[in-house]
Design a protein around this ligand. Structure first.
Ligand SMILES: Cc1cc2nc3c(=O)[nH]c(=O)nc-3n(C[C@H](O)[C@H](O)[C@H](O)COP(=O)(O)OP(=O)(O)OC[C@H]3O[C@@H](n4cnc5c(N)ncnc54)[C@H](O)[C@@H]3O)c2cc1C
Length: 389
């Protein structure tokens, strides 16, 4: 695999690879079957420090990420390595790491000390729920769930869904609209602790065909009181800071890992099955290798651009990298099935789960919108790189 000149990247990759092989691989099937969170992975990442990779240094973390522009590739390497064995587990780490970076971007010292404490002390994980029923049609920032201003904070009501990590999250970022304000100006992000009165988490809602271990429940907000000290900056902060453009590469890295995972599977399986002599299979393997290497080169280059000053270029290259990685993983699915054959699709092998995960996870990335955004940029038209998932 890839060896970097950056010693830190090599170390992070090695730590992630160790967790992926020794903790994620043996437990992935169980969590897929039970729709349960990859708790063993989270414990291992707490023990080896990976859960703190994107927390600022002054709170005991490593201060890395695409948001601060410091060693931006580090957490993406973790996502890639875990994704090789289980995309669902990888997504749990991704949401936590994106959340940690987002909080650091706006939170005060007092807030960050409280919000990060459960992660630093006990390996607590953070969730972030923006999605809600019907939001796609209304537009990313147009939410029905609403916050009403009180004398010392807000009261929230509404229904959110797809809250990855929320079933065990020690802190949960929740986005809502502010009553009486337009969607952009009133877009509000608040932090809600585990077990808060007025927050009901419906885990049974999460029964998808793939990505089952990335447990992403429905959240019911009923007169949920949020004090001012648990508000991230205030209304309008998230759209203004263009936060949404920072998260494309996480999705790309997970699909890149999944594509590599399919290739790893085929390379191990074909000789055992006695079919490695097929010239067709050999050619397909070679093509898989080339496409994955190309996707990886693009993703790594896009990641490093977040360490520079040309943010627009980083945003556009990130959209491209995400698209190429997802398209590569999707292409790999059918090609892998064709060269390994149907026996590999029995549930005794990990292949069916890997395919289901790619199918579900690639679906919500809105690649058509991404391509349109890139085309508009080329034509000199105004684009919004935060509009993709
Ligand atoms: C595994 C997984 C984990 C997730 N984790 C999180 C999370 O942690 N936090 C979170 O907030 N969300 C999360 N999501 C939710 C995700 O970001 C989307 O909000 C959700 O998947 C959208 O649901 P849907 O595909 O049914 O969309 P729908 O609302 O049904 O829309 C889907 C289709 O609408 C079309 N479309 C796309 N854009 C537009 C548009 N602008 N106008 C009209 N039509 C359009 C496209 O054809 C698209 O496929 C997760 C989703 C999955 C699958």
């Amino acid at each position: 695999m890839y060896v970097f000149n950056n010693k830190f990247y090599n170390e992070v990759q090695e730590l992630a690879r160790d967790v992926a092989r020794n903790v994620v691989q043996p437990t992935a099937e169980k969590h897929d079957r039970n729709y349960s969170m990859p708790v063993e992975m989270l414990q291992a990442m707490h023990a080896n420090g990976l859960l703190k990779l994107c927390l600022p240094k002054e709170f005991g973390g490593q201060g890395t990420g695409v948001m601060p522009g410091v060693d931006p590739l580090a957490f993406l390497l973790v996502i890639e390595e875990i994704g090789r064995f289980d995309m669902a587990s990888s997504h749990c780490f991704q949401v936590h790491s994106h959340s940690a970076q987002m909080l650091a971007h706006g939170g005060t010292k007092e807030q960050l000390a409280r919000w990060y404490e459960p992660t630093v002390k006990d390996g607590g994980i953070i969730s972030w729920t923006g999605s809600e029923p019907g939001r796609t049609a209304r537009g990313m920032y147009n939410m029905v769930s609403e916050a009403k201003r009180t004398s010392n904070g807000y009261v929230l009501n509404g229904i959110k869904n797809y809250g990855t990590n929320a079933s065990i999250g020690t802190w949960n970022i929740i986005s809502v609209s502010t009553e009486g304000m337009d969607p952009l100006e009133g877009f509000l992000m608040v932090l809600v602790p585990k077990g808060a009165k007025g927050l009901t988490i419906d885990e049974a809602w999460w029964r998808p065909t793939g990505m089952r271990a990335a447990v992403s429940p429905k959240l019911i907000l009923e007169n949920l009181e949020v004090p001012d000290h648990d508000v991230l900056v205030g209304p309008g902060f998230y759209p203004k800071c263009q936060g949404g453009s920072r998260w494309h590469l996480g999705f790309g890295a997970n699909h890149l890992g999944a594509a590599q995972g399919l290739l790893d599977f085929a390379v191990e399986y074909l000789p055992k099955r006695g079919t490695a002599g097929s010239p067709h299979s050999q050619r397909v393997l070679g093509e898989m290798r080339m496409r994955i290497a190309s996707a990886r080169a693009l993703l790594y280059q896009a990641a490093e651009m977040w360490g520079g000053s040309n943010i627009r270029a980083a945003e556009e290259l990130s959209l491209m990298a995400k698209t190429v990685c997802i398209a590569t993983a999707e292409w790999m699915v059918n090609e892998t099935i064709r060269i390994v054959g149907t026996t590999a699709l029995l549930n005794t092998f990990p292949l069916p789960r890997m395919i289901r995960d790619i199918h579900v996870h690639s679906t919500h990335a809105n690649l058509d919108n991404t391509s349109q955004t890139l085309g508009k940029a080329l034509l000199g038209m105004t684009i919004d790189t935060t509009q993709q998932q």
